[in-house]
Structures are given as structure tokens and as C-alpha cells.
Design a protein around this ligand. Structure first.
Ligand SMILES: Nc1ncnc2c1ncn2[C@@H]1O[C@H](COP(=O)(O)OP(=O)(O)O)[C@@H](O)[C@H]1O
Ligand SMILES: [Mg+2]
Length: 606
């Protein structure tokens, strides 16, 4: 019974979520293309797999051989009272048992060894791939869903690759072997035993059809739980603020209950199926005993053959049972495999140039030339934007929410590529250089400061681990963060919780600014860096910004007048266009968007 959280993982937002479900609804248990590609993960471990395969043959051989030894012991030695022969065959039998157990353990060890390595390889490959995928991909995909791909789907695949394939072959061999040996030992008794097979097939067919539906429902309901939980955790603040715990808990409970019901339904099926199989095994045993016993009594059958038959009959149904379970494993593995491969196949929209050219050290002149842009296939967000920012200048972008300010920042840092037009830095089209070589020279401080779990020190020198503490401190001083850091329980060594939870928004922002100061980029983008902090912190940030902006090119997206006023150029944006540009007084006089915004904010800030 293999139910894995992983099957919940389908990414790609609601639309591809549906596509994923549809795929699973088809419930392919074997997809040559998927299996073929997954098998490549076994290639580096082929020696171990071959060894496991050989051990499986040994297990199969001993499983088939032991009842035969029993037959020989009874018919050849017990019957003729050959005690020496009997003790010999007893020793052989003990050895056969030891071999069986040894080989089975060895096989299991090898398979889990390989399985865990494949698992780890796949996971780190996925992680690396997720890092390559552009922000565009990540903004379209639900985090929880991606996580379940990396954790859960990968686990089902592992189950198939390591255990599944060998089990499949082993079970088939045992089945064929038992049928053959039975037919050789006593064709008539064998055929009588096989009379239960049609019943078995009917039961299996009946079960697997229902199981297919039941297990699919279980997997889908797990997806519901993961989704609700992820959203719940991410939005805990809002949930608590709006006192919506009750309502959210109900939503979770619904998903939870659905999963419980689906699981119980699936399990009940196997609780019916497994006794059915056992019943059939007992029935077959009874048939063998009845007819075999009579044949022995009439002297038509050796008693050893009867004993061997009884041993085979009990083993006969085990592979059938395992194979029917493997069927459900294979279904989830196919669906999971397809999703994992789909993720691995996703190409980053923003790709490095093939020639791998590095961006030389820049002066910092930015130029947007006839830039049009849309996120995905949606409506265009930027229309024909032209903008020149000379090296060292500060340009302020202002405009209502949704005007496209952050989008311009995204294009300059090349988190996205323009739909048409060009973004040039020092005259070089950003698409012609390696992303990292560009981003190393640009810095962004955004509205939502992000901190990693670790010390304050490590967060400031993020990405520059070799930098000395004194430089970090200097950067913090410049960012006006030094004072507050010293007041933290352990100063620079204070552990920050995941996401910066134990610091105020303003403190997080100051640390992010210190991080940017330390990285010392030629181009700095501040995207509403002061919009979510208190006035006292803002004054600190403002003061730091003056230091930070001197000597580099800056794009400042701000709603604070003081920042905007000091800019060399102000661009007022509306609906994806730069509608007017100039310095503060010019724009006020002009009386357009800027004047409106200014008046509103000016009144607000009084
Ligand atoms: N990742 C995204 N995917 C799709 N649309 C987006 C994305 N980010 C922003 N948009 C859309 O682009 C437009 C401009 O957004 P943005 O540049 O963030 O505006 P601003 O920063 O000026 O408030 C908005 O209409 C917004 O809905
Ligand atoms: Mg924005």
C-alpha cells in the first residue's frame, strides 16, 4: 500500500493543476517514456542493481527450491528410512533457508542504498533547476505544490525505481516458476489448483478498478491538505489579525476529512481484498488436500509431491497480491514521474547567452529603448518605454500602484526579458551577458526585506562569506543599522529567525540596506524600500540612503517626497507608460499625474 504525499504535488497553478489531475485520471500504470527517462537515474548504480537482481534470482530460486527439497526429503529419504540422506537434506535445507534470508536482506540493503541515492540526486537536481528557473516561473507556481514535487513525487519515483522494478520481475519469476514446477510434479493436481485462478483474476480486476479510483482520490485529497496548510501558514498573520482561525480551521478540516474518508475507503478495499486472496489460498489448499490426499491414498501420487504442492499453493498467491499492489504504486509513480520531469523540463524564460559572455565592470549607465513588456501572455504591462539614466544619476519612478514601476526594476535586474525593445547597461544589451555577472553589479532593496535564518553578520555579508566583520560593521554604520544591532541580545552574532521574524520591519530593512552597502553595486534599485517602516526608522533609512546613493546609479521607486525631490530626474508613470519626466518643480508646474500624486501625498504627509 503506497500512499504518498508526493502524489499531491502538481505545480503550475490551477490550470496545470487540473491538467495534472486529468493526467492522473487516465491512470497510466506504465508510460514507456517516463520510465525510460527515470531509469537513467539508475545508470550510475548499475553494478548494485545487477547485484540486487542476482540476489533476487537467488531468492526466487530458494523460494522455488525449498518445497522441492521437502519433497525429496519425504519421498526419497523418509519413505525409504534413509536417515543419513535425511540428515544431509536437512542440512541442505537449512543452508537454503539461510541463503534465502541472506539474499533477501542483501537485496533489500542494496535497493535502499540505491534508492536513497537516486532520491537525493533527484532532489538536488530539482533544487538546482528551481534556482535556474526565472522569477517568472516562481511567481506562477504555488510554493506548497513545488515542495510536494521535490519531496513527495520524488519519493514515489524512488519506490518504483528501487523496489518496484525488482519486485515486478521477482514476482513474475516466482509465479512462472511455481506454475512450471507444479505442472512438472503433477499436471492434473496443478490444473486443479489453477482452477482458483479465474476467481483470483476476477477479484483482482474488481479490486484494482476500484483501487484506482480510491487511491486517486486519496492522492488528490492529500493535495488539498498540503495546499490549505501551505496557504494557512503563509497567511497566519492575516488569519489571526482578522480572527479567521475558525473559518480557516474549518476549511482545513474539510480537506482533512476528505482525505480521511478517501483513505478509509481505499483501505477498506484492501481489507476486503486481502482476506479474499487469503480465502482463495485456503480454497486452493483445500482443493489440493482433497484431491491430492485421495490420489496419495490411491497410490497415484507421492506424499512428498502433495506436501510440496501445499507449500507452493500458499506461496502462489503472494506474488499476485504484491503485483496488484505494485499496480497502484506504478500509477502514482507514473503521475509523479511525469510531474517531476515536467518540472525538470521547464526552461527558464530568462536564459544565459550560449557564448557565456561576462558583463565587464560597469559604469552604470542604464538605457531602456522602446521597451514593451508583458508577464506571460497577459495584457502588456509596459508600452514603448524609453528611459536614459546616466551613470551616477538617481532617477525616481512615481505613479499609482500597478503603473509598472517594479516591472521596470525587474527588467533592469533582468529578472524578466523585454517582449520587444532593449535594456542596455553601459550600452550592452543585458540579454547578451551572463545573468550572474550582471546581478553581481546591481543591488535591489525591495519593499519586503528578506532575511535568512542565521546571524545578523551572515545576513549582511550574504553571498560574501569571506568578508571580515569590521567591513560588515562599517557597512552597517553606513546603513544606520549599527546602533540597533548592538542593542540586540548578541549584537552581530544574534540569530535571526527564518524570514527575520524576530526583528521589526524597519530593522529588517536596515539590515537589507547594510547588505546592499556591503555588496557595493554600481546600480542600486530601491523599490519602495521605506514604505513599510515607521517614521523614526524611515528617518534613519533616509539618511542612510543619501550616503548609499552617492556615487552610483540609482532607480528609486518611492512615495516619499523627500527622496523624490532629491532625484536628478523624476519619471511619472501611468498604465505602463512614462507620461512625464523632469525635476520636481517642472512637473508640478506641468500639473499632470505627478502634480496629482504630489498633492495627495503632500496633504497626507502633513
Ligand atoms: N509576476 C507578475 N505576473 C503577472 N502580472 C504581474 C506580475 N507582476 C506585476 N504584474 C502586473 O503588472 C502590472 C504592473 O505591476 P508593477 O510593475 O508591480 O506595478 P507598480 O510597481 O508600479 O505598482 C500590474 O498590473 C500587475 O498586475
Ligand atoms: Mg511595485
Amino acid at each position: 500500500m503506497s500512499i504518498s504525499i508526493g502524489s499531491a504535488g502538481r505545480s503550475g497553478g490551477p490550470r496545470s493543476l487540473l491538467r495534472g489531475l486529468a493526467k492522473e485520471a487516465e491512470g497510466k500504470a506504465f508510460d514507456g517514456q517516463v520510465v525510460g527517462r527515470l531509469l537513467t537515474y539508475l545508470r550510475p548504480h548499475w553494478t548494485k542493481m545487477v547485484a540486487a537482481f542476482l540476489l533476487m534470482l537467488v531468492v526466487t530460486g530458494s523460494t522455488l527450491g525449498i518445497p522441492l527439497l521437502l519433497k525429496v526429503a519425504i519421498d526419497s529419504y523418509i519413505a525409504s528410512q534413509d536417515l543419513r540422506g535425511l540428515s544431509q537434506i536437512s542440512v541442505i535445507m537449512a543452508v537454503a533457508f539461510l541463503t534465502l534470508f541472506g539474499a533477501a536482506s542483501g537485496q533489500r540493503y542494496l535497493l535502499s542504498w540505491v534508492g536513497q541515492r537516486v532520491l537525493a540526486t533527484l532532489r538536488s537536481q530539482l533544487m538546482r533547476h528551481l534556482q535556474v528557473l526565472s522569477l517568472g516561473y516562481h511567481s506562477r507556481h504555488i510554493v506548497g505544490v513545488t515542495i510536494s514535487r521535490v519531496i513527495g513525487d520524488v519519493a514515489v519515483i524512488n519506490e518504483l525505481l528501487s523496489q518496484g522494478l525488482i519486485t515486478l520481475v521477482g514476482d513474475l519469476l516466482v509465479l512462472i516458476g511455481i506454475i512450471t514446477v507444479m505442472l512438472v510434479l503433477s499436471p492434473s493436481l496443478a490444473l486443479l489448483t489453477f482452477s482458483t485462478i479465474p476467481l483470483m483474476l476476477v477479484a483482482t480486476y474488481f479490486f484494482s478498478r476500484r483501487a484506482k479510483v480510491a487511491f486517486r482520490q486519496t492522492r488528490q485529497s492529500v493535495a488539498g491538505i498540503v495546499g490549505t496548510l501551505a496557504e494557512h501558514l503563509a497567511g497566519m498573520r492575516v488569519i489571526q489579525a482578522f480572527a479567521q482561525e475558525e473559518a480557516m480551521r474549518e476549511r482545513f478540516d474539510d480537506a482533512n476529512q476528505e482525505n480521511r474518508n478517501a483513505y478509509v475507503a481505499a483501505m477498506s478495499l484492501s481489507f476486503v481484498f486481502l482476506p479474499t486472496v487469503e480465502f482463495l489460498a485456503v480454497l486452493a489448499t483445500a482443493i489440493v488436500l482433497w484431491f491430492g490426499g485421495r490420489a496419495v491414498a490411491q497410490g497415484a501420487l507421492e506424499i512428498g509431491v502433495l506436501v510440496a504442492f501445499l507449500a507452493y499453493v500458499t506461496r502462489f498467491f503472494q506474488p499476485i497480491q504484491e503485483l496488484s499492489q505494485l499496480y497502484t504504486t506504478m500509477q502514482s509513480a507514473m503521475a509523479g514521474g511525469e510531474r517531476v520531469l515536467e518540472l525538470l523540463d521547464a526552461r527558464p524564460e530568462v536564459a544565459d547567452p550560449p557564448d557565456g559572455k561576462e558583463m565587464p565592470t560597469i559604469e552604470g549607465r542604464i538605457e531602456l529603448r522602446g521597451v514593451h513588456f508583458s508577464y506571460g501572455s497577459d495584457d502588456p504591462v509596459l508600452h514603448d518605454v524609453d528611459l536614459v539614466i546616466e551613470a551616477g544619476q538617481t532617477v525616481a519612478l512615481v505613479g499609482p500602484t500597478g503603473a509598472g514601476k517594479s516591472t521596470i526594476a525587474n527588467l533592469v535586474a533582468r529578472f524578466y526579458d523585454v517582449s520587444s525593445g532593449e535594456v542596455l547597461i553601459d550600452g550592452i544589451d543585458v540579454r547578451t551577458v551572463m545573468q550572474q555577472s550582471l546581478r553581481r553589479q546591481t543591488g535591489i532593496v525591495s519593499q519586503e526585506p528578506f532575511l535568512f535564518a542565521g546571524t545578523v553578520l551572515d545576513n549582511i555579508r550574504f553571498g560574501l562569506p569571506d568578508i571580515e566583520a569590521t567591513s560588515v560593521e562599517e557597512a552597517a554604520r553606513q546603513a544606520n543599522a549599527h546602533e540597533f544591532i548592538l542593542e540586540l541580545p548578541n549584537g552581530y552574532e544574534t540569530e535571526i529567525l527564518e524570514g527575520g521574524a524576530n526583528l521589526s520591519m524597519g530593522q529588517r530593512q536596515l539590515i537589507c540596506i547594510a547588505r546592499a552597502v556591503l555588496a557595493d553595486p554600481k546600480i542600486l534599485i530601491l523599490d519602495e524600500a521605506t514604505s513599510s517602516v515607521d517614521t523614526a526608522t524611515e528617518a534613519l533609512i533616509q539618511e542612510a540612503l543619501d550616503r548609499l546613493l552617492s556615487n552610483r546609479t540609482a532607480i528609486v521607486i518611492a512615495h516619499r517626497l523627500s527622496t523624490i525631490r532629491k532625484a536628478d530626474l523624476i519619471c511619472a508613470m501611468q498604465e505602463g507608460r512614462i507620461v512625464s519626466r523632469g525635476v520636481h518643480d517642472e512637473l508640478l508646474e506641468e500639473g499632470g499625474v505627478y502634480a496629482t500624486l504630489y498633492k495627495r501625498q503632500f496633504v497626507e504627509q502633513q
